[in-house]
Design a protein around this ligand. Structure first.
Ligand code: CDP
Ligand code: CDP
Length: 225
């Protein structure tokens, strides 16, 4: 089989991880959730009382603890810290609030980018994040920029949280998504931007299945000429 590398970037709540996971499943290749890696560093910082602004403190934490990333039997991307599976603790509001602050540090990004590249060197991957098509896999033959109207993204997040039994207003989510998007697009190091050679998909009025089919048809076009 060809070595397939599919890069998916875009703002928070655009549907990147939902869609990337399904595209990987349909192609029988590995899904790499780079957001989960940044979230794992935020989780460590919160757990050990290190400020997300303290880059040296964060680097020390990464030296002192063992982080491991693994695909489980359901195609999900699992994160282990010192042998314990912490995946279900990565999407809390506390982690979300800390993560975009620490992801601005160049040395943290350098370490995580190396881990991410090591996945794509040896196998076919679908990788999602903010800088995958621009920095992590600039040579990926398939690059997607997935976006959606911010109100729709906030609504999707609210539905997701409601399904887990949490009630958070769309207005509140709108505010936190806006803040995170602003930090992610304005940082100096590897900001979120649409790669020049990416295909843009606006999923505001699309279902998950429609987005997945669209990406699979792009993959077929690229790989079969
Ligand atoms: O799923 P959601 O879009 O809410 O977030 P995520 O993909 O889990 O990413 C969480 C945060 O990690 C983002 O807001 C970015 O600050 C950072 N991130 C990044 O800087 N670069 C990446 N390649 C992936 C995530
Ligand atoms: O990874 P990212 O932050 O971009 O988004 P996500 O964590 O995959 O969350 C997107 C949410 O919107 C999920 O609950 C999806 O079921 C839903 N959704 C979608 O992803 N794509 C659509 N076209 C419609 C809904």
């Amino acid at each position: 089989m060809h070595h397939l590398c599919i890069a998916i970037d875009g703002p928070a709540g655009a549907g990147k991880s939902t869609v990337a996971k399904e595209v990987a499943r349909r192609l029988g290749i590995v899904y790499v959730d780079t957001g989960a890696m940044y979230r794992a560093v935020a989780w460590l910082a919160l757990r050990h009382g290190v400020s997300p602004a303290d880059e040296q403190g964060l680097i020390r934490l990464l030296r002192q603890h063992e982080l491991r990333f693994e695909r489980n039997g359901h195609g999900m991307f699992d994160v282990y810290v010192d042998g314990a599976n912490i995946t279900s603790e990565l999407r809390t509001p506390e982690v979300s609030a800390a993560v975009s602050q620490l992801s601005a540090h160049p040395e943290i990004r350098r370490i995580l980018t190396e881990w991410q590249r090591s996945f794509s060197r040896s196998q076919s991957v679908v990788m999602d994040g903010r800088d995958i098509g621009t920095v992590v896999m600039p040579d990926a033959p398939v690059k997607i920029y997935l976006t959606a109207d911010i109100r729709e993204r906030a609504r999707r997040r609210a539905d997701e949280l409601a399904a887990k039994g949490f009630s958070v207003s769309v207005e509140e989510l709108l505010h936190s998504l806006r803040e995170r998007d602003e930090r992610d697009t304005s940082r100096a190091c590897a900001p979120l931007r649409r790669p020049d050679d990416a295909i843009c998909i606006d999923s505001t009025d699309m279902t998950v299945d429609e987005v997945v089919e669209r990406i699979l048809s792009i993959v077929r076009q690229v790989h079969h000429g």
